[in-house]
Design a protein around this ligand. Structure first.
Ligand code: ADP
Length: 472
């Protein structure tokens, strides 16, 4: 049974249940009709015997036992009646020979006053009557016509009907089970055709029952996520190799040019400086990549503790302002709650420091020294940090890609950066159960809102290790 496919199994279950009901029903009808006719015939035969007693003996006292004169009910099928004197010559044997009933029927009749017997479809009933003319045995026997003809006919019909029902049930069950599983086969077929080369393909959700539509839409939802992850991964690899190759090409080119002919000491120093600078880029990029991988995909050990976001922001402000004297951060704490515990988040302080510095540094960097406002507030178990700048903004087309590793806005030429900061920040925020929303308008400014749940909350266990410096 376990190897049998679900289609055959359903077919057998349907057929089995259908036939069980049909056979039970037919059996019940047959048995009840058969037992009813049996009882009814028995009653009729008894009436016939009593009628024989009344009309053959009591009304005709004095006459010799003979054929029946008056009858209360119709004679039964192939009925034979006998009124025999109790002291008949030859006893039970002669009586048996006369009537066709066995001698022990008469022995019982004489002893108990009444007896029944059935032999080859023929029913015998006898009564002992004692009257002024002595004791007589009154015996009537007849064929149970209903049993013999009607019930046999019924049995034949029922068996025929059961056979027809079986064929019908088989066809119905086959049709039902195949139409029932057709959508499943269709879904399986569609799924089979989806591979890495056509991940954009989706399963039709329009047909079938609600459950099947739900299955298809769940599957499609999963495909959406897989496709996004797959594309991100694909872009990530091509972007990463491109980004790493740029400084490498510069280093190789610079060394090639320097070595093509003898150079002066100053020229070698200049070359070494370019190489050092490019190697520095390479170093930063590899570190950033590693870090992104650690926060994004791999599990590491990270210590989570209570972090007060207001204090953290003060730290970030001083770090950012120390990095460049043009950086100006204005902290707005006017919406702060009175209860400072509502500002505590369960998290990794260094990672959160990194996330906020990335966003605030971006604000400073892309607004050419104009002050960046950082506001802190709380709502329903959440801490909200809003970083607002009046810088170059992000074009609408670019906004969808700012979390792609290595993506840089079209208007960022002349601003240093690798396009790692925001994806990294988003990884960190998500790791803390939070959310980041960026809204922006070109040449007007950018607003980044980071929401974090107030601790304690369920953490995704074991994530990135926290040793780092802000990534540009
Ligand atoms: P980077 O700043 O190193 O380029 P990020 O990952 O931090 O990389 O940001 C990705 C892109 O998002 C940037 O290249 C830029 O186009 C855009 N961006 C992020 N923050 C801002 C901001 N405050 N103002 C304007 N553009 C921004």
């Amino acid at each position: 049974m376990s190897r049998m496919n679900i289609h055959t199994r359903t077919l057998l279950i349907l057929l089995g249940s259908f036939m069980t009901v049909i056979l039970l029903f037919a059996g019940f009808v047959y048995l009840s009709v058969s037992s009813y006719t049996d009882r009814d015939f028995d009653r009729l035969l008894e009436l016939r015997v009593r009628s024989l007693v009344v009309h053959g003996l009591e009304e005709q006292e004095g006459d010799a036992p003979g054929p029946l004169v008056g009858e209360l009910i119709d004679r039964l099928s192939d009925e034979q009646d006998h009124i025999l004197p109790m002291d008949m010559e030859g006893g039970a044997r002669t009586m048996a020979a006369t009537t066709g009933a066995p001698p022990e029927f008469f022995t019982r009749l004489m002893r108990y006053g009444q007896a029944d017997h059935v032999q080859g479809g023929r029913h015998f009933k006898g009564l002992l009557h004692k009257g002024p003319k002595g004791a007589h045995l009154v015996v009537a026997s007849a064929e149970n016509y209903y049993e013999e003809h009607h019930v046999r006919h019924l049995r034949k019909n029922l068996l025929g009907a059961a056979g027809v029902a079986f064929v019908l049930a088989l066809l119905l069950a086959f049709h039902f089970s195949s139409t029932m599983f057709k959508p499943l086969h269709r879904i399986a077929e569609q799924v089979r055709q989806i591979g890495t080369e056509n991940l954009h393909q989706r399963i039709g959700e329009e047909q079938g029952s609600r459950e099947l539509r739900e299955l298809a839409s769940t599957f499609n939802y999963m495909l959406d996520r897989i496709e996004t992850a797959f594309e991100t991964q694909n872009n990530f690899i091509s972007n990463a190799s491109h980004e790493l190759r740029t400084p490498l090409t510069a280093i190789i080119g610079e060394a090639d040019v320097a070595l093509s002919k003898p150079r002066s000491a100053e020229e070698y120093v200049e070359t070494m400086q370019v190489i050092l600078e490019e190697a520095g880029h390479l170093d930063k990029k590899t570190k950033a990549l590693l870090f992104l991988a650690q926060t994004g995909f791999k599990s590491g050990r990270s210590q989570f503790g209570k972090v007060r976001i207001d204090q953290l922001l003060y730290d970030v402000k001083s770090t950012v302002e120390r990095m460049d004297q043009r950086h100006l951060v204005h902290l707005d704490m006017s919406l702060l709650p009175e209860n400072p515990t509502r500002l505590k988040v369960l998290g990794n302080e260094q990672l959160l420091h990194l996330a906020f510095s990335n966003v605030i540094l971006n604000g400073c960097k892309y607004s050419n020294g104009q002050p960046v406002t950082v506001s802190l507030g709380t709502s329903d178990e959440r801490v909200i940090v809003v970083v607002r700048d009046r810088g170059i903004g992000i074009a609408e087309n670019d906004l969808a890609h700012i979390y792609d590793p290595f993506f840089r806005g079209a208007n960022t030429k002349g601003y240093e950066g690798y396009g790692i900061g925001l994806p990294l920040t988003r990884n960190i925020v998500r790791m803390h159960g939070g959310e980041i929303i960026v809204s922006s308008k070109v040449k007007v400014g950018t607003t980044v809102q980071i929401t974090l749940p107030v601790g304690p909350f369920d953490l995704v266990a074991g994530r990135a290790a926290p040793r780092h410096s802000p990534v540009e």
